[in-house]
Design a protein around this ligand. Structure first.
Ligand SMILES: C[S@@+](CC[C@H](N)C(=O)[O-])C[C@H]1O[C@@H](n2cnc3c(N)ncnc32)[C@H](O)[C@@H]1O
Length: 399
């Protein structure tokens, strides 16, 4: 629904209200965009009192739970509302991450292509958007896990004292040693389950710090759950397997997965391009990159090459940069977005970002206004895990 002479629309809703009473969500303002209303101090018509309650979790499709930085899983009800009036046949999810938005787009009927720059995300997407759990039964999975024998290998030697205990490192080496004996077509699923198990066993679900000591400390924890960290890899792997099974609908299986391209290199030809790039913090000179957060999973995904990828000067034993063409530079984001809009000229674009970061909402809005006839800006406030802040998530749609 597009209104107003200027073809610009601004919509803001309280996420709790919207999810509890979907048909009665308040529209705070619906009027031609007033530039001064998006000052750095915050939009004058923003509702800073919006509340998010745990009971009102807005995820209306059965997509597996994820622990991935920037996942849009909790925003799917909102995105569904925003996307459902868009017309077209083919859609690209250029920064796919967990694949939650690809799943939604396919559910809405789009012929969807998933892309991400990292191999571990591509492996997970191939797992989710296929019939992998039909090919590898739970029984076969359990037999595979029974064959794993802890062994001293590359992981044990390289990551001692960093992320997992010595026994756990040896178990990971044992798992990776067994993997080649499994049929190639089943390895994606096994790796995906392993990635999720590794994330669940990590404080903060990340690899950005070598903080194994947190697992042993007696201090109360506010950044995870000690019993989750201490559960075995096998237990987490089985839980993940069952979640994947539930998500593997016939529709989701028709999502195409790329070989893992830089978003800027993807050939045009889509009716809708959805962009959810890494966001950059205004207050920080360098925002952590996805490679810093998930280098360990990328290493598992490229296990045979891992020794040659490691930065020997890194205390985290992270993968050395430059690595592929991850978008890591906040000064380049606007130019990169402009480049993509030009390249896919004629396509509708949807962009997710966070308000009050860099580039600003105003800069992003201007980019869309310069490139599209009709622009819609919608925003919601969501609680963030491990954060006291409740920032506004924004969605810009240009067509
Ligand atoms: C905010 S997350 C996307 C989250 C995703 N929409 C979801 O719901 O899970 C950004 C993603 O961009 C990916 N990425 C970073 N640079 C990229 C690039 N140049 N091309 C493609 N993907 C990239 C990261 O690996 C990360 O998964």
């Amino acid at each position: 629904m597009w209104e107003g002479e200027a073809n610009v629309e601004f919509v803001e809703k309280d996420v709790r209200e919207a999810s509890l009473k979907p048909t009665e969500g308040r529209v705070k303002s619906l009027r031609p965009f007033a530039m001064q209303s998006l000052s750095r101090k915050g939009p004058v018509f923003a509702d800073h009192n919006s509340i998010y309650s745990k009971e009102a979790r807005p995820d209306d499709i059965s997509f597996p739970s994820t622990r991935f930085y920037g996942s849009k899983r909790r925003q799917l009800t909102w995105l569904r509302e925003e996307f459902k009036s868009l017309e077209g046949v083919t859609a690209l999810d250029a920064f796919g991450g967990t694949g939650a938005v690809s799943h939604l787009l396919r559910d809405l009927g789009w012929e969807t292509t998933y892309n991400d720059i990292f191999e571990f995300n591509i492996i997970s997407a191939r797992t989710l958007f296929s019939d992998s759990t039909h090919r590898l039964s739970e029984d076969t999975l359990l037999k595979f896990l029974n064959r794993v024998r802890p062994t001293e290998g590359f992981i044990t030697a390289t990551f001692e004292g960093l992320y997992f205990t010595t026994q756990e490192n040896m178990w990971l080496d044992g798992f990776m040693a067994c993997l080649p004996s499994e049929l190639e077509k089943n390895r994606d699923l096994l790796l995906h389950c392993l990635f999720q198990a590794c994330l669940k066993k990590r404080p903060f679900n990340l690899f950005h710090r070598a903080n194994l000591n947190l697992r042993h400390s007696e201090m109360p924890v506010q950044f995870g759950n000690r019993s989750t960290w201490n559960k075995s890899f096998d237990t987490h792997i089985l839980t993940t397997y069952r979640e994947v099974q539930l998500a593997q609908t016939a529709r989701a299986q028709s999502i195409q997965v790329t070989s893992g391209l830089c978003a800027g290199k993807i050939a045009p030809g889509f009716d809708l391009v959805y962009l959810d790039p890494p966001y950059f913090k205004r207050a920080k000179r360098n925002t952590e990159t996805y490679l810093e957060r998930y280098h360990f999973l990328e290493g598992l995904a490229r296990y045979d090459e891992w020794p040659s990828l490691i930065d020997q000067n890194s205390s985290l034993r992270a993968i050395k940069r430059p690595y592929r063409l991850e978008w890591t530079n906040k000064q380049e984001l606007l130019v990169n977005l402009q480049h993509m809009i030009k390249k896919h000229s004629g396509a509708k674009f949807a962009l997710s970002y966070v308000a009050d970061e860099e580039p600003t909402e105003e800069e992003l809005f201007n980019l869309f206004r310069e490139n599209f006839d009709r622009v819609r800006l919608s925003r919601r406030s969501f609680n963030r895990v491990l954060s006291k802040k409740r920032p506004f998530e924004i969605l810009l749609i240009g067509q």
